[in-house]
Design a binder for this molecule. Sequence first.
Ligand SMILES: NC(=O)c1ccc[n+]([C@@H]2O[C@H](COP(=O)([O-])OP(=O)(O)OC[C@H]3O[C@@H](n4cnc5c(N)ncnc54)[C@H](OP(=O)(O)O)[C@@H]3O)[C@@H](O)[C@H]2O)c1
Length: 335
Amino acid sequence: MRILVTGATGFLGTHLCRELRRRGHHLTALGSRQADLTHPDSLSPFASDTYDQIFHLAAWTQAGDFCLRHPGEQWLINQRINTHVLAWWHAHQPQAKLICMGTSCAYDPALPLVEDNYLAGQPIPSLLTYAHTKRMLYVGLLALERQFGLRHLTLVPSTLYGPGYHTDGRQMHFIFDLFRKILDGQRTGNPVVLWGDGHQRRELVFVEDFVRVACDLAPTVDNDLVNVGASEEHTIRHFARLICDQVGYDFDRIQFDPTRHVGARSKRLLTQKLYRLLPNLTLTPLADGLRSTLAWCRDRLVPQTAPTAADQPPTRRPAAAPLPQPRLHALSCRP
Ligand SMILES: NC(=O)c1ccc[n+]([C@@H]2O[C@H](COP(=O)([O-])OP(=O)(O)OC[C@H]3O[C@@H](n4cnc5c(N)ncnc54)[C@H](OP(=O)(O)O)[C@@H]3O)[C@@H](O)[C@H]2O)c1
Protein backbone atom coordinates (compact mmCIF):
# COMPACT_ATOMS: atom_id res chain seq x y z
CA MET A 1 0.00 0.00 0.00
CA ARG A 2 0.94 3.64 -0.31
CA ILE A 3 0.90 5.12 3.18
CA LEU A 4 1.51 8.64 4.46
CA VAL A 5 2.63 8.97 8.08
CA THR A 6 2.60 12.23 10.08
CA GLY A 7 4.72 12.32 13.24
CA ALA A 8 7.04 9.83 11.52
CA THR A 9 10.11 11.25 13.27
CA GLY A 10 8.72 10.77 16.79
CA PHE A 11 9.14 7.88 19.23
CA LEU A 12 6.12 5.96 17.97
CA GLY A 13 6.48 7.11 14.36
CA THR A 14 10.00 5.73 14.03
CA HIS A 15 8.87 2.27 15.17
CA LEU A 16 5.71 2.38 13.07
CA CYS A 17 7.55 3.34 9.89
CA ARG A 18 10.07 0.54 10.43
CA GLU A 19 7.24 -2.02 10.78
CA LEU A 20 5.29 -0.66 7.79
CA ARG A 21 8.43 -0.83 5.62
CA ARG A 22 9.15 -4.34 6.90
CA ARG A 23 5.67 -5.30 5.68
CA GLY A 24 6.54 -3.99 2.23
CA HIS A 25 4.51 -0.78 2.12
CA HIS A 26 5.59 2.36 0.28
CA LEU A 27 5.88 5.22 2.76
CA THR A 28 5.79 8.99 2.76
CA ALA A 29 7.16 9.68 6.24
CA LEU A 30 6.73 13.23 7.51
CA GLY A 31 8.14 15.08 10.50
CA SER A 32 7.66 18.79 11.11
CA ARG A 33 10.65 19.64 8.88
CA GLN A 34 8.97 18.02 5.88
CA ALA A 35 5.52 19.45 6.69
CA ASP A 36 4.79 21.85 9.54
CA LEU A 37 1.16 20.90 10.02
CA THR A 38 0.32 24.11 11.87
CA HIS A 39 0.39 25.67 8.38
CA PRO A 40 -2.74 25.07 6.28
CA ASP A 41 -0.84 24.35 3.06
CA SER A 42 1.81 22.10 4.55
CA LEU A 43 0.44 18.94 2.91
CA SER A 44 -0.06 20.50 -0.54
CA PRO A 45 3.20 19.04 -1.92
CA PHE A 46 1.85 15.54 -1.21
CA ALA A 47 -1.63 16.00 -2.75
CA SER A 48 -0.69 14.61 -6.16
CA ASP A 49 -0.02 11.14 -4.69
CA THR A 50 -2.91 8.81 -3.87
CA TYR A 51 -2.65 7.08 -0.52
CA ASP A 52 -4.38 3.94 0.75
CA GLN A 53 -3.80 4.83 4.38
CA ILE A 54 -2.78 7.92 6.34
CA PHE A 55 -1.41 7.40 9.85
CA HIS A 56 -1.78 10.67 11.75
CA LEU A 57 0.60 10.62 14.72
CA ALA A 58 1.76 14.24 14.85
CA ALA A 59 0.93 16.02 18.09
CA TRP A 60 2.56 18.70 20.18
CA THR A 61 2.93 17.41 23.71
CA GLN A 62 5.32 16.05 26.30
CA ALA A 63 4.92 14.01 29.45
CA GLY A 64 5.19 15.17 33.09
CA ASP A 65 3.47 18.47 33.83
CA PHE A 66 3.97 19.87 30.31
CA CYS A 67 0.22 19.92 29.59
CA LEU A 68 -0.37 21.83 32.82
CA ARG A 69 2.14 24.49 31.73
CA HIS A 70 1.20 24.88 28.05
CA PRO A 71 -2.59 24.52 27.74
CA GLY A 72 -3.07 27.56 25.50
CA GLU A 73 -0.29 26.65 23.09
CA GLN A 74 -1.42 23.04 23.08
CA TRP A 75 -4.94 24.02 22.14
CA LEU A 76 -3.81 26.33 19.33
CA ILE A 77 -1.15 24.03 17.92
CA ASN A 78 -2.92 20.68 18.16
CA GLN A 79 -6.25 22.05 16.93
CA ARG A 80 -4.47 23.47 13.89
CA ILE A 81 -2.51 20.30 13.22
CA ASN A 82 -5.62 18.10 13.44
CA THR A 83 -7.86 20.45 11.48
CA HIS A 84 -5.34 20.74 8.65
CA VAL A 85 -4.87 16.99 8.42
CA LEU A 86 -8.63 16.34 8.39
CA ALA A 87 -9.26 19.09 5.83
CA TRP A 88 -6.53 17.74 3.52
CA TRP A 89 -7.82 14.17 3.88
CA HIS A 90 -11.35 15.27 2.99
CA ALA A 91 -10.29 17.50 0.08
CA HIS A 92 -7.49 15.44 -1.48
CA GLN A 93 -7.41 11.87 -0.14
CA PRO A 94 -11.01 10.78 0.52
CA GLN A 95 -10.20 7.24 -0.67
CA ALA A 96 -7.61 6.83 2.12
CA LYS A 97 -8.35 5.43 5.52
CA LEU A 98 -7.17 7.81 8.26
CA ILE A 99 -5.71 6.12 11.34
CA CYS A 100 -5.34 8.48 14.32
CA MET A 101 -3.85 8.18 17.78
CA GLY A 102 -6.10 8.87 20.73
CA THR A 103 -5.01 9.12 24.33
CA SER A 104 -5.97 7.40 27.55
CA CYS A 105 -5.95 10.93 29.08
CA ALA A 106 -9.20 11.61 27.19
CA TYR A 107 -11.10 9.29 29.53
CA ASP A 108 -12.84 10.48 32.66
CA PRO A 109 -10.97 8.55 35.39
CA ALA A 110 -14.22 8.17 37.34
CA LEU A 111 -15.70 6.02 34.54
CA PRO A 112 -14.54 2.63 33.25
CA LEU A 113 -11.90 3.22 30.55
CA VAL A 114 -13.94 1.45 27.88
CA GLU A 115 -14.27 2.76 24.33
CA ASP A 116 -17.92 3.86 24.68
CA ASN A 117 -16.80 6.32 27.39
CA TYR A 118 -14.14 8.08 25.29
CA LEU A 119 -16.31 11.20 24.95
CA ALA A 120 -18.12 10.85 28.29
CA GLY A 121 -17.49 12.85 31.49
CA GLN A 122 -14.43 15.03 32.04
CA PRO A 123 -10.70 14.25 31.75
CA ILE A 124 -8.53 15.22 34.75
CA PRO A 125 -8.05 19.03 34.95
CA SER A 126 -4.26 18.99 34.40
CA LEU A 127 -4.73 17.24 31.03
CA LEU A 128 -8.00 18.89 30.02
CA THR A 129 -6.77 20.75 26.93
CA TYR A 130 -4.64 17.96 25.49
CA ALA A 131 -7.41 15.45 26.19
CA HIS A 132 -10.04 17.60 24.49
CA THR A 133 -7.92 18.20 21.38
CA LYS A 134 -7.76 14.40 21.05
CA ARG A 135 -11.50 14.09 21.67
CA MET A 136 -12.13 16.75 18.99
CA LEU A 137 -9.95 14.82 16.57
CA TYR A 138 -12.22 11.82 17.09
CA VAL A 139 -15.35 13.97 16.77
CA GLY A 140 -13.95 15.30 13.48
CA LEU A 141 -13.47 11.75 12.19
CA LEU A 142 -17.05 10.86 13.12
CA ALA A 143 -18.38 14.01 11.45
CA LEU A 144 -16.50 13.39 8.18
CA GLU A 145 -17.61 9.79 8.18
CA ARG A 146 -21.23 10.78 8.74
CA GLN A 147 -21.38 13.49 6.07
CA PHE A 148 -18.91 12.22 3.45
CA GLY A 149 -18.55 8.52 4.16
CA LEU A 150 -14.81 8.73 4.88
CA ARG A 151 -13.17 5.75 6.63
CA HIS A 152 -11.14 6.03 9.81
CA LEU A 153 -9.81 4.25 12.88
CA THR A 154 -8.66 5.63 16.23
CA LEU A 155 -6.24 3.66 18.38
CA VAL A 156 -5.91 4.59 22.05
CA PRO A 157 -2.61 3.34 23.47
CA SER A 158 -1.70 3.33 27.11
CA THR A 159 1.78 4.69 27.80
CA LEU A 160 4.28 3.32 25.30
CA TYR A 161 7.79 2.24 26.21
CA GLY A 162 10.73 0.64 24.46
CA PRO A 163 14.01 1.51 22.76
CA GLY A 164 14.36 4.68 20.69
CA TYR A 165 12.90 7.31 23.02
CA HIS A 166 13.88 10.99 23.10
CA THR A 167 17.23 12.06 24.47
CA ASP A 168 16.87 15.82 23.94
CA GLY A 169 16.13 16.75 27.55
CA ARG A 170 12.35 17.09 27.18
CA GLN A 171 10.00 15.84 29.91
CA MET A 172 9.85 12.08 29.72
CA HIS A 173 7.08 9.55 30.22
CA PHE A 174 7.31 8.16 33.74
CA ILE A 175 9.02 4.90 32.83
CA PHE A 176 11.95 6.63 31.11
CA ASP A 177 12.21 9.03 34.02
CA LEU A 178 12.46 6.00 36.33
CA PHE A 179 15.23 4.54 34.17
CA ARG A 180 17.10 7.85 34.08
CA LYS A 181 16.89 8.46 37.82
CA ILE A 182 17.74 4.90 38.87
CA LEU A 183 20.64 4.63 36.41
CA ASP A 184 21.90 7.98 37.67
CA GLY A 185 21.57 6.82 41.29
CA GLN A 186 23.48 3.65 40.51
CA ARG A 187 26.28 5.50 38.69
CA THR A 188 26.73 8.45 41.03
CA GLY A 189 25.29 7.45 44.37
CA ASN A 190 22.98 10.50 44.19
CA PRO A 191 19.66 9.99 45.96
CA VAL A 192 16.82 8.78 43.73
CA VAL A 193 13.68 10.83 44.36
CA LEU A 194 10.46 9.80 42.62
CA TRP A 195 7.34 11.96 42.25
CA GLY A 196 4.32 11.05 44.34
CA ASP A 197 3.95 8.37 46.98
CA GLY A 198 4.68 5.61 44.46
CA HIS A 199 1.25 4.04 44.85
CA GLN A 200 -0.20 5.64 41.70
CA ARG A 201 -0.83 2.90 39.16
CA ARG A 202 0.10 2.87 35.48
CA GLU A 203 -0.17 0.60 32.47
CA LEU A 204 2.51 0.22 29.81
CA VAL A 205 2.51 -1.17 26.29
CA PHE A 206 5.73 -2.14 24.56
CA VAL A 207 6.00 0.08 21.50
CA GLU A 208 6.84 -2.80 19.16
CA ASP A 209 3.68 -4.62 20.27
CA PHE A 210 1.65 -1.49 19.63
CA VAL A 211 2.92 -1.02 16.07
CA ARG A 212 2.14 -4.67 15.26
CA VAL A 213 -1.40 -4.15 16.55
CA ALA A 214 -1.74 -0.89 14.61
CA CYS A 215 -0.56 -2.48 11.36
CA ASP A 216 -2.92 -5.46 11.87
CA LEU A 217 -6.00 -3.38 12.72
CA ALA A 218 -5.50 -0.57 10.19
CA PRO A 219 -6.69 -2.50 7.13
CA THR A 220 -9.40 -4.53 8.87
CA VAL A 221 -11.30 -2.28 11.30
CA ASP A 222 -13.32 0.65 9.96
CA ASN A 223 -14.85 3.64 11.76
CA ASP A 224 -14.09 2.52 15.27
CA LEU A 225 -12.04 3.40 18.33
CA VAL A 226 -9.98 0.67 19.99
CA ASN A 227 -8.05 0.72 23.26
CA VAL A 228 -4.62 -0.87 23.06
CA GLY A 229 -3.41 -1.68 26.55
CA ALA A 230 -1.61 -4.45 28.40
CA SER A 231 -4.76 -5.21 30.45
CA GLU A 232 -2.76 -4.87 33.68
CA GLU A 233 -1.47 -1.93 35.67
CA HIS A 234 1.17 -1.73 38.36
CA THR A 235 2.25 0.79 40.97
CA ILE A 236 5.20 3.05 40.29
CA ARG A 237 6.88 1.22 43.17
CA HIS A 238 6.51 -2.07 41.28
CA PHE A 239 8.05 -0.63 38.09
CA ALA A 240 10.84 0.95 40.14
CA ARG A 241 11.58 -2.32 41.91
CA LEU A 242 11.83 -4.23 38.60
CA ILE A 243 14.18 -1.59 37.18
CA CYS A 244 16.27 -1.58 40.38
CA ASP A 245 16.65 -5.35 40.09
CA GLN A 246 17.79 -5.07 36.46
CA VAL A 247 20.07 -2.07 37.09
CA GLY A 248 21.51 -3.31 40.38
CA TYR A 249 20.30 -0.50 42.67
CA ASP A 250 18.87 -0.94 46.16
CA PHE A 251 15.13 -0.18 45.91
CA ASP A 252 14.98 0.72 49.62
CA ARG A 253 17.21 3.75 48.97
CA ILE A 254 14.53 5.38 46.78
CA GLN A 255 12.77 8.41 48.31
CA PHE A 256 9.20 9.35 47.34
CA ASP A 257 8.06 12.99 47.20
CA PRO A 258 4.27 13.11 47.67
CA THR A 259 4.19 16.90 47.07
CA ARG A 260 4.91 16.53 43.32
CA HIS A 261 2.45 16.39 40.42
CA VAL A 262 1.50 12.79 39.59
CA GLY A 263 -1.59 13.05 37.36
CA ALA A 264 -4.23 10.35 37.58
CA ARG A 265 -4.03 7.82 40.46
CA SER A 266 -4.85 4.93 38.17
CA LYS A 267 -5.09 4.33 34.44
CA ARG A 268 -5.99 0.98 32.97
CA LEU A 269 -7.64 0.66 29.61
CA LEU A 270 -10.28 -2.01 29.22
CA THR A 271 -9.26 -4.15 26.28
CA GLN A 272 -12.11 -6.59 25.58
CA LYS A 273 -12.64 -5.06 22.14
CA LEU A 274 -8.96 -5.42 21.25
CA TYR A 275 -8.98 -9.12 22.13
CA ARG A 276 -12.25 -9.65 20.25
CA LEU A 277 -10.55 -8.19 17.16
CA LEU A 278 -7.21 -9.96 17.69
CA PRO A 279 -7.98 -13.09 19.76
CA ASN A 280 -4.46 -14.50 19.34
CA LEU A 281 -2.67 -11.35 20.42
CA THR A 282 0.29 -11.94 22.74
CA LEU A 283 2.24 -9.07 24.25
CA THR A 284 5.85 -8.83 25.35
CA PRO A 285 6.16 -9.66 29.08
CA LEU A 286 6.91 -6.55 31.14
CA ALA A 287 10.29 -7.79 32.43
CA ASP A 288 11.46 -8.53 28.85
CA GLY A 289 10.25 -5.16 27.56
CA LEU A 290 11.99 -3.38 30.43
CA ARG A 291 15.22 -5.31 29.78
CA SER A 292 15.28 -4.31 26.14
CA THR A 293 14.44 -0.70 27.07
CA LEU A 294 17.21 -0.68 29.68
CA ALA A 295 19.75 -1.90 27.10
CA TRP A 296 18.85 1.12 24.98
CA CYS A 297 18.68 3.58 27.90
CA ARG A 298 22.03 2.70 29.51
CA ASP A 299 24.30 4.96 27.50
CA ARG A 300 21.70 7.39 26.23
CA LEU A 301 19.70 8.75 29.16
CA VAL A 302 22.31 11.05 30.60
CA PRO A 303 21.88 12.34 34.14
CA GLN A 304 20.48 15.84 34.50
CA THR A 305 23.17 18.12 35.88
CA ALA A 306 20.93 21.15 36.42
CA PRO A 307 17.28 21.36 37.42
CA THR A 308 14.90 21.66 34.46
CA ALA A 309 11.53 23.38 34.27
CA ALA A 310 10.05 20.01 35.20
CA ASP A 311 11.92 20.09 38.50
CA GLN A 312 10.32 23.36 39.60
CA PRO A 313 7.14 22.93 41.66
CA PRO A 314 4.11 24.12 39.65
CA THR A 315 2.77 27.51 40.74
CA ARG A 316 -0.87 28.61 40.48
CA ARG A 317 -0.30 30.36 37.15
CA PRO A 318 2.84 28.80 35.71
CA ALA A 319 4.80 30.85 33.24
CA ALA A 320 5.27 28.91 30.02
CA ALA A 321 8.82 27.57 29.73
CA PRO A 322 10.67 29.44 26.97
CA LEU A 323 10.31 27.74 23.62
CA PRO A 324 12.88 27.97 20.84
CA GLN A 325 12.04 30.09 17.82
CA PRO A 326 9.50 28.53 15.49
CA ARG A 327 11.14 26.93 12.50
CA LEU A 328 8.75 27.74 9.72
CA HIS A 329 5.80 29.83 10.77
CA ALA A 330 5.16 32.57 13.24
CA LEU A 331 2.37 30.66 14.96
CA SER A 332 4.09 27.32 15.43
CA CYS A 333 5.63 27.26 18.91
CA ARG A 334 7.72 24.12 18.51
CA PRO A 335 9.53 22.69 21.56
N1 LIG B 1 4.14 7.93 23.54
C1 LIG B 1 3.04 7.52 24.18
O1 LIG B 1 3.12 6.88 25.23
C2 LIG B 1 1.67 7.82 23.60
C3 LIG B 1 0.56 7.37 24.31
C4 LIG B 1 -0.71 7.67 23.80
C5 LIG B 1 -0.85 8.34 22.61
N2 LIG B 1 0.28 8.76 21.95
C6 LIG B 1 0.07 9.49 20.70
O2 LIG B 1 0.87 8.92 19.69
C7 LIG B 1 1.35 9.94 18.82
C8 LIG B 1 2.85 9.86 18.71
O3 LIG B 1 3.42 9.96 20.02
P1 LIG B 1 4.99 10.01 20.23
O4 LIG B 1 5.26 9.54 21.62
O5 LIG B 1 5.69 9.36 19.10
O6 LIG B 1 5.23 11.58 20.17
P2 LIG B 1 6.60 12.35 19.82
O7 LIG B 1 7.75 11.45 19.97
O8 LIG B 1 6.55 13.61 20.62
O9 LIG B 1 6.45 12.70 18.29
C9 LIG B 1 5.61 13.73 17.87
C10 LIG B 1 5.67 13.80 16.39
O10 LIG B 1 4.80 14.88 15.99
C11 LIG B 1 5.51 15.70 15.09
N3 LIG B 1 5.03 17.08 15.17
C12 LIG B 1 4.91 17.86 16.25
N4 LIG B 1 4.51 19.09 15.89
C13 LIG B 1 4.35 19.07 14.54
C14 LIG B 1 4.00 20.03 13.57
N5 LIG B 1 3.71 21.29 13.90
N6 LIG B 1 3.97 19.66 12.27
C15 LIG B 1 4.28 18.39 11.90
N7 LIG B 1 4.64 17.43 12.78
C16 LIG B 1 4.70 17.78 14.08
C17 LIG B 1 6.96 15.61 15.51
O11 LIG B 1 7.77 15.99 14.41
P3 LIG B 1 9.32 16.51 14.61
O12 LIG B 1 9.94 15.60 15.64
O13 LIG B 1 9.91 16.32 13.25
O14 LIG B 1 9.24 17.90 15.08
C18 LIG B 1 7.07 14.11 15.84
O15 LIG B 1 7.30 13.37 14.68
C19 LIG B 1 0.83 11.26 19.36
O16 LIG B 1 -0.34 11.61 18.66
C20 LIG B 1 0.51 10.94 20.80
O17 LIG B 1 -0.53 11.75 21.29
C21 LIG B 1 1.53 8.51 22.41
